[in-house]
Write a protein that binds this ligand. Structure first.
Ligand SMILES: *[C@@H]1O[C@H](CO)[C@@H](O)[C@H](O)[C@H]1NC(C)=O
Length: 346
């Protein structure tokens, strides 16, 4: 590393014009700072004093940071790139900045970050990524960002952050996450658990305000009641009694049971992407209707069968009884009628 630096400095010394102050910048040799802010710059100046420790490039029109953009100023400690139009950071944009402590990228147009982009910054303490369009945080590797104490990502488009990405930042003390598109479903439970222990250990955070689902909209993830845990715990895969160790969750008021049921269903569907489960009451109602229908159907069929049987039986009986009666009566009638007549005549 030292050999590289020596080689780099000697190359820089040999280059004509290398290390001179760019036309549009103010170079303060005593403070080792260079101010190129508000100069309408579209690119990072290629010629900078190699001993620069503080570089102000804010309020320009810089659109991208190419690989090794600052390799000629390897002693940088503070780099302010805020208020530019940076859309892309090359994966090796900050290569060689072994002493960089503060990197300010707020108010740019970043929407994605290469996972390796901050890995070459072993001394980085403050990283400001606020006011961009970032949708996903890169996986910060602990062994390279082991000194990061302050991370600002507020006002971006984050929906979720994996706990593992933050757990690898052992020195983190302040975390700014407000004004993102936080999707407060079971996937964010991981973050909630991590944040709770982070705050418990003295960490500072400005809160994670949910923007969806509707039931949690506007609520702080840290204040979402306990009920969410019950549905999400089996999904965590880790299981185990996590709740008792959580500070600040036990005091929560239990919400109304009907609400709780709704929340349960909502969070389940959010995590498993299953169709929303029907409430128990509705399921009971459907079962009751189905059973009633079946029973009624059977009864109706039996009644119909009984009616047919009854009619048929009645018809047969009517036929059977009708014929003998007429046979008996017809021949009998004249005899009977004649009987008394003849008797009276006689
Ligand atoms: C980055 O710059 C903005 C102003 O442009 C400032 O408000 C903010 O505090 C700076 N962040 C850090 C970490 O220095």
């Amino acid at each position: 590393m030292k050999g590289d630096l020596l080689w780099l400095s000697s190359v820089l010394l040999l280059l004509p014009g290398a290390g001179s102050c760019p036309e549009k910048c103010l170079c303060h040799t005593s403070s080792k700072s260079v101010d190129c802010s508000r100069q309408g710059l579209r690119e990072i100046p290629s010629e900078l004093p190699p001993r620069t420790q503080i570089l102000h490039l804010q309020h320009n029109h810089i659109g991208d940071v190419p690989t090794s953009a600052f390799s000629r100023t390897p002693l940088l400690r503070t780099l302010d790139l805020s208020h530019n139009a940076i859309f892309t950071l090359a994966p090796g944009a900050f290569l060689g900045l072994a002493h960089l402590q503060v990197l300010n990228l707020t108010q740019n147009s970043l929407h994605s970050l290469e996972s390796k982009v901050f890995q070459s910054l072993p001394q980085l303490q403050e990283l400001d990524l606020s006011f961009n369009n970032i949708q996903e945080l890169p996986e910060f590797k602990g062994d390279t960002l082991s000194h990061l104490t302050r991370l600002a990502v507020q006002k971006n488009q984050l929906q979720q952050v994996h706990r593992a990405h933050l757990a690898s930042l052992p020195s983190l003390r302040a975390l700014f996450f407000k004004d993102n598109l936080w999707k407060c479903n079971c996937h964010l439970l991981d973050l909630k658990l991590w944040l709770e222990s982070f705050v418990y250990k003295g960490g500072i955070t400005d809160g994670v305000i949910c923007s969806s689902p509707d039931i949690w909209k506007g609520k702080d993830l840290l204040k979402i009641p306990y009920e969410l845990y019950n549905t999400c715990l089996p999904l965590l895969g880790k299981g185990g009694p996590i709740q008792p160790q959580l500070p600040g969750t036990a005091q929560q008021d239990p919400p109304q049971p009907s609400h709780a049921q709704e929340q349960v269903d909502q969070s389940r569907s959010d995590c498993e992407f299953k169709p929303k489960a029907r409430p128990v009451n509705l399921r009971h109602a459907i079962a009751t209707v189905v059973i009633t229908g079946v029973v009624c159907g059977i009864v109706c069929l039996m009644m119909l069968a009984a009616a047919i049987y009854g009619c048929t039986y009645a018809a047969i009986m009517a036929k059977g009884h009708g014929e003998p009666l007429s046979h008996i009566n017809e021949p009998g009638r004249p005899g009977e009628e004649r009987g008394p007549l003849s008797a009276s005549l006689a």
